[in-house]
Design a protein around this ligand. Structure first.
Ligand code: NAD
Ligand code: UD1
Length: 338
């Protein structure tokens, strides 16, 4: 069962799961995605996964999903709202959606005795880290946004359950900065309204939907003054989910709740991303330096050793590939709209 399987990371993961022989059931309320994604998955894999349209905040409906689908072996839980600035304006909406959906799924899993759970977490749980690169042993901090805090609280809830129920096993995957798209140009990121994240803002500026990209501050203590992040290809992330599910199904986990960072270990500044983008697509984009964005930290990048050792997973795709696939998706999507 893949909750939020019609979304950006979920849809790429569904493709990877189908390609690895899994039968997938998607639960999604389509609040930030579209049914069309099922046809796109079919074009890529030859299989149209089943979608049950449901708001997982609703405990009765959530229970029904499990009650009528008794052969579920594992749940990958992507379903959540994810816009950081919106969560600052509407914290209750974020705590309500992200935590109710999580709890309803966990309650149903306990009731129907389903014991394998993968959770979508985020590097945001490390706050502004004192030690770089960030290992899983780094202390977590209260994230600055309510969105980020839903991830931290969710991990605490999952930890309590794995402590109390010895049959229940979980893996939390802390993503760094997912970008890129499927090679086919059929799947990619489609943010609602004005993008908050860097890559979709860049591709929308290059394609002419946005006029100018704002670079939020160039006075950070980094080589060119702009913040450094660990950008990771969404397909690499998807592959890590397949490995994580297999680990749980084959009982290979060493503790009942494991946490892994998913990044490449490489940090790129905002200006490096813009310059590489311009090189890859051979086109200039308009950008201007503006004020810092509140809550941004100077440098975040992952230590990849733990995921490599325990999961046997490393990200394979480089920045050029992340950029060229994101660009192909943006262009394809805009052409389809015309
Ligand atoms: P997304 O918005 O594209 O996908 C989330 C999906 O969940 C959407 O299809 C949405 O319709 C669905 N959903 C939301 N609330 C729901 C509910 N109550 N019931 C049923 N479905 C619901 O987001 P994404 O980028 O694919 O992110 C997937 C997960 O990864 C999220 O939990 C997100 O917080 C986490 N994450 C994302 C990033 C990132 O940069 N994209 C980084 C770290 C963590
Ligand atoms: C953000 C969230 C993080 C969330 C992640 C995925 C914040 C503080 N953090 O990470 O909690 O898990 O998205 O949704 O919002 N930038 C610009 N101009 C833009 C957009 C971004 O200069 O128009 C810069 C930012 O200052 C940052 C970098 O690009 O330095 C990456 O930004 P973004 O893609 O939003 O990711 P994060 O801020 O790392």
């Amino acid at each position: 069962m893949v909750t939020g399987g019609c979304g950006y990371i979920g849809s790429h993961t569904v493709v990877a799961l189908i390609e690895n022989g899994f039968e997938v059931l998607i639960l999604d309320d389509l609040s930030n995605s579209n049914k069309e994604v099922l046809d796109r998955i079919k074009t890529i894999t030859g299989t149209r996964p089943k979608l049950l349209e449901v708001d997982l905040k609703n405990s009765f409906l959530c229970d029904n999903m499990f009650c009528y689908n008794k052969n579920i072996e594992a749940v990958i839980h992507f379903a959540a709202h994810k816009a950081v600035s919106e969560s600052v304006e509407k914290p209750l909406m974020y705590y309500h959606n992200n935590l109710y959906a999580l709890i309803n799924v966990l309650v149903a899993m306990e009731k129907y005795n389903i014991n394998n759970f993968i959770f979508s977490s985020s590097a945001t749980v490390y706050g502004n880290p004192e030690i770089l690169p960030i290992t899983e042993q780094n202390k977590t901090q209260r994230p600055f946004s309510p969105y980020g805090n839903t991830k931290k609280v969710a991990e605490e809830i999952i930890a309590d359950i794995t402590n109390s129920n010895k049959d229940f096993t979980a893996i939390s995957l802390r993503y760094f900065n997912p970008i890129g798209a499927h090679d086919s140009g059929q799947l990619g990121e489609l943010p609602n309204g004005i993008p908050n994240n860097l890559m979709p803002y860049i591709t929308q500026t290059a394609v002419g939907v946005r006029e100018t990209l704002s670079v939020f501050g160039n006075d950070y203590p980094t080589k060119d003054g702009t913040p450094i992040r660990d950008y990771i290809h969404v397909i690499d992330l998807a592959e890590a989910h397949v490995i994580a599910v297999q680990r749980l199904l084959e009982n290979k986990q060493e503790t009942s709740f494991e946490t892994f960072n998913l990044g490449t270990g490489n940090g790129y500044s905002v200006l490096e991303i813009i310059n590489t983008f311009q090189k890859v697509i051979n086109q200039k984009i308009n950008y201007t330096i503006t004020e810092r964005r509140p809550g941004d930290v100077p440098i975040l990048y992952s230590d990849i050793a733990f995921a490599k050792e325990k999961l046997g997973w490393v990200a394979k795709r480089n920045l050029e590939n992340m950029i060229s696939t994101a660009w192909k998706w943006e262009q394809n999507y805009r052409q389809e709209q015309n």
